[in-house]
Design a protein around this ligand. Structure first.
Ligand SMILES: NC(=O)c1ccc[n+]([C@@H]2O[C@H](COP(=O)([O-])OP(=O)(O)OC[C@H]3O[C@@H](n4cnc5c(N)ncnc54)[C@H](O)[C@@H]3O)[C@@H](O)[C@H]2O)c1
Length: 254
C-alpha cells in the first residue's frame, strides 16, 4: 500500500515515521507548502518521496491530511474523485455542511472511505455506539489555563457555554474536537460545549459527558502538548497513527 501525506508538521511527521516502519506500506509521498518541512522529514525516512499532491495521487491508495482546513478544501474532493481513501485531521473543515455533503457524496460515488481520527479527545467510540439509539444530551467540557485561552482570571471560570456550532467561531482552536464529537453524535447544533479557564490547569483537559438510553458516559483526557507544536496534543498524533493502522491492518478492533 502507498500513502500520501499532506502536511509535514507535528502530526504529519509522526504519522510518516510510524508508516515508514509499517511492513504493509511500500512508499510514502510527502507534500507541504513549506519545502523545508517536507525535505527535513524526507531525510528521516526510508520509503519517502516528495511530490505535489496532483502528481502523487495516481500512485497512492490513501491520503492522510494533517495540514489545514484550507488543504482539505483544496485536495479532499480531488483525492476521492481519484478513487483514493482520505484520512482528515483538520476535521473543523467539515463544519461546512455543504462541503461535507459533497465529500460524502464523492466518497460514495467512488466507493471510497473518509476516516476521521478521534484526535485529541477520548470516548468517541462510546458516543458512536450510544448514538445507535437515542442520545439525550452530549456535552464537551474543555478546560485550559487562562493564558492558553487568552484571558486572565484567578479562579475557575466558565468562559463559554453554547452549541458546538457557536463555539467554533469564538474558540476556533477547539474546532477539531468539537467537530469530531458533533459528527460522532448529535450534530453541531445539539452538541453542547463549555470552555473553562482554570488557573490550576497545566494540561489540556477534554471531558465528554453523554446521557441516553444506554446509560451515562463520562470520558476524560488530560493531554500533554505535542513536543513539536504546543498548539496540538500529542494524543492527536497517536490517534492518527492508530487510524492508519486500522486502514492497513486486516485485523480490526471496532
Ligand atoms: N482532530 C484533532 O483532534 C486535531 C488535533 C490537533 C491538530 N489537528 C489539526 O491537524 C492539522 C495539523 O496539525 P499539526 O499540529 O501537525 O500542525 P503543524 O502546524 O505542526 O503542521 C502543519 C503543516 O501543514 C503544512 N500546510 C499547511 N497548509 C498546507 C497546504 N494547503 N498544503 C500543504 N501543506 C500545508 C504547514 O506548512 C505545516 O508544515 C491542523 O489543521 C490542526 O488543526 C487536529
Amino acid at each position: 500500500m502507498n500513502l500520501g501525506i499532506i502536511g509535514c508538521g507535528a502530526i504529519g511527521s509522526d504519522v510518516a515515521r510510524a508508516a515508514d516502519s509499517m511492513p504493509d506500506i511500500d512508499a510514502i509521498y510527502l507534500c507541504d507548502t513549506n519545502k523545508t518541512a517536507s525535505e527535513k522529514l524526507c531525510k528521516q525516512l526510508k520509503k519517502a518521496h516528495i511530490e505535489p499532491v496532483e502528481r502523487f495521487l495516481a500512485h497512492v491508495d490513501v491520503v492522510f491530511e494533517a495540514a489545514s482546513q484550507q488543504a482539505v478544501h483544496q485536495y479532499g474532493m480531488k483525492t476521492l474523485e481519484a478513487g483514493k481513501d482520505l484520512i482528515i485531521m483538520s476535521i473543523g473543515s467539515l463544519f461546512d455542511d455543504a462541503f461535507r455533503a459533497h465529500l460524502i457524496e464523492a466518497a460514495r460515488k467512488h466507493h471510497r472511505r473518509i476516516y476521521l481520527p478521534s484526535g485529541a479527545v477520548c470516548g468517541i467510540d462510546g458516543v458512536v455506539a450510544a448514538n445507535v439509539e437515542k442520545l439525550d444530551s452530549v456535552t464537551l467540557v474543555t478546560t485550559k489555563s487562562p493564558v492558553s485561552l487568552g484571558t486572565s482570571v484567578d479562579e475557575r471560570t466558565v468562559v463559554f457555554k453554547g452549541t458546538a456550532r457557536e463555539a467554533v467561531t469564538r474558540f476556533p482552536r477547539n474546532i477539531n474536537v468539537a467537530a469530531c464529537l458533533s459528527l460522532a453524535g448529535v450534530g453541531f447544533d445539539d452538541t453542547k460545549v463549555e470552555i473553562v479557564a482554570d488557573p490550576v490547569e497545566t494540561r489540556i483537559n477534554h471531558k465528554i459527558l453523554a446521557h441516553g438510553r444506554f446509560g451515562r458516559l463520562r470520558a476524560e483526557v488530560e493531554n500533554m502538548p505535542h513536543p513539536d507544536n504546543p498548539q496540538s496534543s500529542y494524543m492527536a498524533s497517536l490517534s492518527a497513527i492508530a487510524t492508519l493502522r486500522r486502514v492497513v491492518n486486516p485485523l480490526q478492533i471496532a
